[in-house]
Design a protein around this ligand. Structure first.
Ligand SMILES: *Cc1c(COP(=O)(O)O)cnc(C)c1O
Length: 386
């Protein structure tokens, strides 16, 4: 690299990327061999299945990525359509968009542990919505959902389910939602699953969450840069084909169908996703899942050993524990919410880094006590120094 500023930015990114432990972004990839593509404009404008006059696309590869995920999520590629998005947020926006087109008078139900971007999506789409309480572990409180639906049973319902919440990796149970649908004989309903993080690994967790197309869901959003890992944010959205057909309009300017949220779309990210699938496939995904689970269990156990009350939902990769000092949160880039922080054991995180965190947490107790002493009122201050 010949410019100073580039080197500066590069070093900064490299250093920060190696250090973080609190975000669900896999880091064990290298896409250096895609560098030659950087000399061309690549654009998957419009619907992946409809060719455009502009032929500089990777839609053939994009379709293969969609089909791969359709299959692992037990869908029939003839009945499921999808595209490579800019990330989980766009996939959720898309699911809610086609849900609204299917049921224009519906109400959306989602739990208070839902990702922050969903509120904004609902605002953009102007869909009436009701927030349902969450339980301590981050999962939807089905009793609260039940009593809410009881008052709204004459309205079509859109259920927005978390298949792994951002903070605690909690899973909203599809069976519980189905029970409520049946109990109140709701005829018009739509089920969207936000599987940003778990979409690429839950199918491989024994006794893992049920949320696939064989269970009757309408759409699923997955992030590509989370469990798979990608240098550019990306994701996949999968929807039942009839929902996509409802919003398909033909555009003469590029001679393609305008079924996606954005017009011009990233043509590089499908290449990364497909490369991952080619190199790792289902076996690789299973292996990654097992290794990550093992590291998460190790982290939880080591924390428990030093007296930190760490826990995980469903043998997941997210280890939740009481919020440590700001110093530790900054050093390890730990995401926090009120009283909890988490470590997410994604591929690329090393055991040594976990050990460093454990070591720091051991000493953190002392620091917190010291901090309290300093801030205590003078008459409570007990001097131990000479
Ligand atoms: C990360 C995340 C999102 C947003 O995904 P992006 O890929 O960052 O847009 C949505 N929902 C959940 C549960 C997430 O963890």
């Amino acid at each position: 690299m010949n410019n100073d500023w580039k080197l500066d930015v590069f070093q900064r990114i490299k250093q920060a990327s190696n250090a973080f432990l609190g975000y669900p972004l896999a880091k064990d990839f290298s896409y250096e061999d895609f560098a030659p593509f950087l000399n061309y404009v690549i654009n998957n404008v419009g619907d992946p299945e409809s060719p455009s006059t502009l032929a500089i696309d990777t839609k053939d590869i994009e379709i293969k990525c969609v089909q791969f995920f359709t299959r692992i999520l037990k869908g029939d590629p003839k009945k499921v359509w999808g595209y490579v998005t800019n990330g989980g947020t766009e996939g959720n926006l898309y699911g809610l968009y086609v849900a609204r087109e299917a049921f224009p008078h519906a109400i959306v139900y989602y739990s208070e542990s839902t990702h922050y971007s969903v509120k904004k999506n609902l605002h953009l789409l102007q869909i009436p919505n009701i927030v349902i309480r969450a339980r301590e572990n981050g999962e939807m409180d089905y009793d609260d959902l039940d009593s809410t639906i009881a008052l709204k049973r004459d309205h079509p319902a859109i259920f927005f389910l978390n298949i792994g919440t951002t903070m605690t990796e909690a899973v909203d149970k599809l069976d519980e939602i189905k029970k409520i649908i049946k109990k109140y004989a709701i005829k018009d309903f739509y089920i969207h699953c936000d599987a940003a993080f778990l979409g690429a690994l839950a199918p491989f967790i024994e006794g893992g969450p049920k949320f696939d197309f064989s269970e009757g869901v309408d759409s699923i959003s997955i992030s590509g840069h989370k469990f798979l890992g990608s240098p550019i944010p990306c994701g996949l959205v999968l929807v039942k084909r009839n929902h996509r057909d409802r919003v398909a309009h033909s555009i003469s300017y590029v001679d393609t169908l305008d079924t996606t949220i954005t017009g011009s779309r990233n043509g590089m990210t499908p290449l990364f996703i497909w490369d991952f699938i080619q190199k790792q496939g289902v076996e690789g995904l299973i292996k990654r899942t097992k290794e990550s689970q093992a590291l998460a269990k190790y982290t939880e156990d080591e924390m428990n050993k030093i007296g930190i009350k760490a826990w995980r939902n469903n043998d997941g990769l997210t280890v939740v524990f009481p919020k440590p000092s700001l110093k530790i949160r900054n050093r390890f880039q730990l995401a926090s919410d009120e009283n909890i922080s988490h470590v997410i054991c994604v591929p690329g995180i090393k055991k040594e880094q976990i050990d460093q965190l454990i070591e720091a947490l051991k000493n953190d107790h002392e620091e917190v006590e010291h901090h309290t002493e300093e801030n205590a009122s003078p008459n409570l201050y007990i001097t131990t120094a000479s």
